[in-house]
Design a protein around this ligand. Structure first.
Ligand SMILES: Nc1ncnc2c1ncn2[C@@H]1O[C@H](COP(=O)(O)OP(=O)(O)O)[C@@H](O)[C@H]1O
Ligand SMILES: O=P(O)(O)OC[C@H]1O[C@](O)(COP(=O)(O)O)[C@@H](O)[C@@H]1O
Length: 323
């Protein structure tokens, strides 16, 4: 394979740039040509495609966001859009693709591979860490650390004013950021979409703490929790407990920005190298990941359909540690 294309799609995630850099330089190292595709599938359809060299990825390893920009494309979900995208790729002589993104990006990549047989390797880039076939996704570690710093800061105020804080972290369908930042930040309770927590349980956890002279409490909630978002949960609790001061803090997109941690830069670099070398070896329709420190390839089908459950030990630990 001589010419490959690379793009980022869906949400951005800290470390995507380190991955782009690694992939571009690995391709050049192996005498391949690399083309950047801007704005994900939208750019593919429009032909927003340009040659990349070693210099074009200078000074980005430490930056979040994505140099190739990202987009959520409606047109790629139509056959006509994908035909147009394939036509554009053939115009540039692109023979293989590296798709950095989450499950939506991989769903699109899989459909595209099945229709046009163009080899594609997915690289897991989402702060949510909800992809099967890798222990961690690019951006997850940075997001957890950002959430943790915010929780530490909020705890100062919670403590001074004897308040209960409901802190909402990202995770549309996944509690990975919540559970890790909650444990690291010493939360009394962590609410995640993977397990059910009732308002009665929230109140009982808070009351237990108060009987042990706890004056402030932190509850971390994943945005996709089945009991509602942080505002809704706080309202329900407030309506039953009048004597306490409650506050809600929604951390939002700060979790998707900021310099990637060392862990994310190294993970992203390893995956970028692995993706290009995988394409060279003839791998296709797979996601590159790292499991137990070993580079692995998992079919795109499995990466999007199989669940990567939260470690039950971590869920149990929250209870033990908040005693
Ligand atoms: N069933 C599908 N068919 C074709 N393309 C899809 C499909 N599902 C998702 N995509 C493409 O992948 C893009 C990224 O998916 P999205 O869910 O937004 O982000 P992520 O990759 O981070 O999960 C979508 O905007 C769309 O263009
Ligand atoms: O930037 P947007 O489109 O508001 O996306 C927010 C979503 O992005 C995420 O951080 C990750 O989403 P992706 O799987 O698309 O990368 C979710 O946790 C969150 O709900």
């Amino acid at each position: 394979m001589k010419r490959i294309g690379i793009f980022t799609s869906g949400g951005d995630a800290p470390g995507m740039n380190a991955c782009i850099r690694a992939a571009v330089r690995t391709a050049i190292y192996h005498d391949m040509e690399v083309f950047g595709i801007k704005y994900g599938y939208d750019g593919m359809i429009k032909g927003d495609i340009f040659p990349m060299d070693s210099h074009s990825v200078s000074n980005i390893v430490q930056k979040s966001g994505t140099k190739l920009k990202s987009a959520r494309s409606k047109d790629f979900q139509t056959k006509k859009g994908r035909e147009r995208a394939y036509y554009q790729l053939t115009r540039f002589g692109i023979e293989g693709l590296i798709a950095i993104g989450g499950d939506g990006t991989f769903t699109g990549a899989k459909v595209f591979f099945e229709e046009f047989n163009l080899p594609v390797i997915g690289v897991p880039g989402t702060i949510d860490n909800d992809l099967f076939g890798t222990d961690n996704t690019i951006g997850f570690d940075t997001a957890v650390n950002t959430a943790l710093q915010a929780i530490d800061k909020i705890r100062d105020t919670a403590d001074s004013h004897d308040r209960v804080f409901f802190i909402e972290v990202m995770g549309r369908d996944s509690g990975y950021i919540a559970i890790q930042s909650g444990i690291g930040g010493g939360a009394e309770l962590v609410m995640v979409p993977e397990t059910e927590t009732t308002i009665t349980e929230v109140i009982s956890t808070l009351k237990k703490g108060w009987t042990r002279q706890k004056t402030s409490s932190i509850i971390v909630i994943a945005e996709g929790d089945e009991a509602g978002n942080a505002v809704e949960i706080a309202e329900k609790v407030k309506s039953q407990i009048k004597e306490k001061d409650f506050r809600v803090s929604i951390l939002g997109h700060i979790q998707r920005g900021g310099a990637p941690t060392a862990h994310d830069r190294i993970l992203a670099s390893r995956l970028g190298v692995g993706a290009v070398e995988g394409l060279r070896e003839g791998k296709k329709n797979v996601m590159v990941g790292i499991i137990n420190n070993q580079l692995t390839f998992t079919s795109l089908e499995e990466s999007i359909t199989k669940q990567k459950p939260l470690n039950p030990d971590l869920i149990r630990m929250v209870d033990i540690l908040s005693i």
